[in-house]
Design a protein around this ligand. Sequence first.
Ligand SMILES: C[S@@+](CC[C@H](N)C(=O)[O-])C[C@H]1O[C@@H](n2cnc3c(N)ncnc32)[C@H](O)[C@@H]1O
Length: 211
Amino acid sequence: MARKKLIRFKKALEFNNVFALEKLTDFKFANQFSKKVLEIGCGHGLFSYEYAKENPDIFVLGVDVKLDRIFKGANLAQNDGLTNLYFFRCPVAFLIDHLKNIDFDEIWITFPDPHSKLSGIKKRLIFDFYLKIYKDLLNDDGSVYLKTDSVLMYNYALFQIQKFNLEFVDFTFLNEYPKPFDYKTIFEMKYLKLGKRIKRLKFNLKGFILK
Ligand SMILES: C[S@@+](CC[C@H](N)C(=O)[O-])C[C@H]1O[C@@H](n2cnc3c(N)ncnc32)[C@H](O)[C@@H]1O
């Protein structure tokens, strides 16, 4: 690991707003907030940071496997003294075991890797197995939100929505969309500079049954 990455890796684990499989919590403190938001694959955590900063009464949790990326958002949150933003280094596959004390209102999947080869389909963060996890993490009225620059990921999301007969709203071609979509991630800023269209979807998992 490069030296800078290693330093960030170690420092992130020392922050009191960062948890990991080697530094666990029961997250019960999340329940003092009436609304709870989870960002999946948060990377540097800028979306979570902006969401939490603008909404101090909402609990926000960013999840990623890359601790050196999490460092950035966690550091910003520490410097600003945010008490409603936390990060958790954990693969999505293991989240159910660790987040059983929280019913989330929103799950945001921001610019997930499209894994464009067919052999990578099971790694897509909206593959069947992951949708089941999100259903278990959400409360009954909760929704999943997806932002992506990728045409492949967007089309795959529409495919999954149809396959599982899910209620959804597609904001991609509308000028109006709910404000949280505005909070930007690092990848989003990069894609916007390249002139890419950002696709925005919201769906719920009420009718979801793993086939
Ligand atoms: C393309 S990056 C996007 C990062 C951030 N959302 C952004 O838009 O700037 C995808 C992120 O998802 C994370 N990721 C991919 N698969 C994951 C998994 N199974 N569990 C947790 N994080 C995952 C990666 O580590 C990476 O940081």
